[in-house]
Design a protein around this ligand. Structure first.
Ligand SMILES: Nc1ncnc2c1ncn2[C@@H]1O[C@H](COP(=O)(O)OP(=O)(O)OP(=O)(O)O)[C@@H](O)[C@H]1O
Ligand SMILES: [Mg+2]
Length: 488
């Protein structure tokens, strides 16, 4: 094969995995573990899923044009007539996952890209996408899809990285201690960023410092002389610093509002649809506009500029690029609404929820000025994975509701009901059992001048409320079309 667009040659596949290719080789142009999203030319890895074994989908994958399927040696015979397969040694719990990891490690080894790993309790995907946006303008950039940040997402993303990439950005996540260590060892970042440490996924942790320790694991994978980047304002700064110092990192860069932060925000002006940040990056003044709203995204953007600096990329161009950044789906997208003869404003935060991100979203909502008889409305669904403190964590949000001047709160789920009950009666909308039960009440309550924000854990499906509001009232996605005043 003399195909220059090929991601992996047959020889490279066999060398990296120790497997044997059977059948007529086809060009490999991508990689997949899921036939529902498989593209022609993808190398299909038949890994063991939680519910089904990927070997059940090998025939379908090859029929749909997979470049080849990676299967366990002891199953290879079944697919002799189905198309090209790479048979890898059987024996372990998931030989195909092992092969994917081996190929990912080979991908990293052949790469001359600047490699960045991003972790944190919240903001990993938003920050990863911001890095993709900024770095793509400066060179070929490969980045994780969605939140592909776990034991299969990270090696899959590695196997997909073209050898020509100039930058590689990898999201790394965890639910338990010790999960990040092997992932960081595969990615071997030159630059590792911990966006922030918050009480998220706390059901498996005793304390916030235990979460910080787990995030700090990312530094263990740093290449010798690499750069460790983390938030100077965070309560666990010292703890992360200790992890960075214990690693092979040659340098630490901190970001935040703290006077000693290396990448520091001197002033953040937040508007309903954007922010303006007056920053200092390693002593160099940089003022930039950011296409996403909220202090939290402004904070994350400081981390982005710290990464840009650490990679030796062009800081000024990066700062200009940030103006064109858009929030990822379900993480702050704004839609202008027409209600009756007036206008209102919808903020879609339905992707997920935890105490940190709900507080951030409420604070952002507080910065949106309403008009006429309009109100700030929060529509909140349960937060999951909070362990025994779940009830308390929901109830405590009443403080943030008050501090953010939210006028009306609708809740979905038995946990958010605890917040509902902790609110003054005047702030209570409706408490429903499910998001489906809440749709009509929210639709009926909206009126001209309102600003409404919808948020909840993914499986609570708050997105259906967003869809229903848009279906009835949406006029566009550009909030500047909404005649709402801008908060000072
Ligand atoms: N620094 C921050 N502080 C608080 N909330 C934040 C911060 N950054 C992002 N968020 C909010 O956290 C939520 C999740 O964002 P994002 O999807 O980027 O996080 P993630 O870490 O990738 O999550 P996951 O663990 O689901 O992959 C969004 O609502 C986002 O607006
Ligand atoms: Mg994510």
């Amino acid at each position: 094969m003399t195909d220059t667009t090929s991601l992996w040659t047959p020889a490279a596949l066999e060398a990296a995995t120790g497997g044997l290719l059977h059948g007529d080789a086809r060009a490999i142009t991508g990689a997949s573990i899921d036939t529902r999203t498989l593209q022609p030319g993808d190398l299909f890895f038949a890994i063991r899923g939680e519910a089904r074994d990927g070997h059940a989908f090998v025939r379908g994958a090859l029929e749909n044009g997979a470049g080849a399927a990676v299967v366990s040696q002891d199953r290879a015979k079944e697919f002799a007539d189905a198309g090209p397969v790479l048979a890898v040694a059987a024996g372990s719990e998931d030989p195909v996952l092992d092969a994917m990891r081996a190929l990912g490690i080979a991908s990293r080894a052949r790469s001359s890209a600047g490699i960045v790993a991003v972790t944190g309790s919240v903001g990993k995907t938003g920050t990863k996408e911001a890095l993709r946006h900024v770095l793509s303008a400066q060179g070929e950039t490969h980045a994780s899809v969605a939140s592909y940040n776990n034991h299969w997402g990270v090696p899959l993303t590695l196997t997909r990285m073209p050898s020509s990439a100039r930058y590689g950005v990898f999201e790394i996540g965890m639910n338990h201690a010790a999960e990040i260590v092997p992932l960081a060892a595969q990615v071997r970042p030159q630059v590792a960023l911990v966006v922030t440490v918050e009480p998220v996924h706390i059901e498996h942790f005793r304390s916030l410092s235990a979460i910080a320790d787990a995030k700090g694991e990312i530094f263990s994978g740093i290449e010798p002389g690499g750069v460790a980047i983390f938030n100077r304002d965070n309560a666990n700064f010292e703890r992360l610093l200790a992890h960075a110092r214990a690693s092979q990192a040659g340098r630490v860069i901190s970001f935040g509002e703290h006077a000693e932060a290396d990448v520091r925000a001197n002033r953040i002006v937040t508007r309903p649809d954007l922010s303006v940040v007056d920053a200092s990056v390693m002593g160099v003044p940089v003022t930039y506009q950011l296409g996403t709203a909220g202090r939290h995204t402004a904070m994350n953007s400081l981390g982005v500029l710290a990464v840009v600096h650490a990679l030796g990329a062009d800081l000024a161009r990066a700062a200009i690029s940030l103006a064109g950044l858009k929030p990822p789906v379900g993480r702050g997208e704004r839609t202008a609404l027409t209600i009756g003869d007036g206008a209102a404003f919808l903020v879609d935060e339905s992707y997920n929820a935890n105490p940190a991100s709900i507080r951030a979203a409420l604070a952002t909502l507080s910065g949106i000025e309403t008009s006429g008889r309009g109100r700030r409305i929060a529509v909140l669904g349960d937060m999951l994975e909070l362990g025994p403190s779940a009830e308390q964590r929901h109830r405590e949000l009443a403080d943030a509701v008050r501090a953010s001047g939210i006028d009306l709160v609708f809740t979905a789920g038995s946990m958010m009901r605890h917040l509902f009950e902790a609110l003054p009666v005047a702030n209570r909308g409706i408490a429903a059992a499910t998001s489906a039960d809440l749709v009509d009440a929210v639709l009926d309550s909206l009126r001209p001048g309102d600003a409404v924000m919808v948020k909840g854990s993914n499986s609570i499906r708050m997105g259906r409320i967003v869809e229903a509001v848009k279906a009835r009232y949406a006029v566009g996605t550009d909030p500047r079309e909404a005649p709402l005043k801008v908060a000072p």
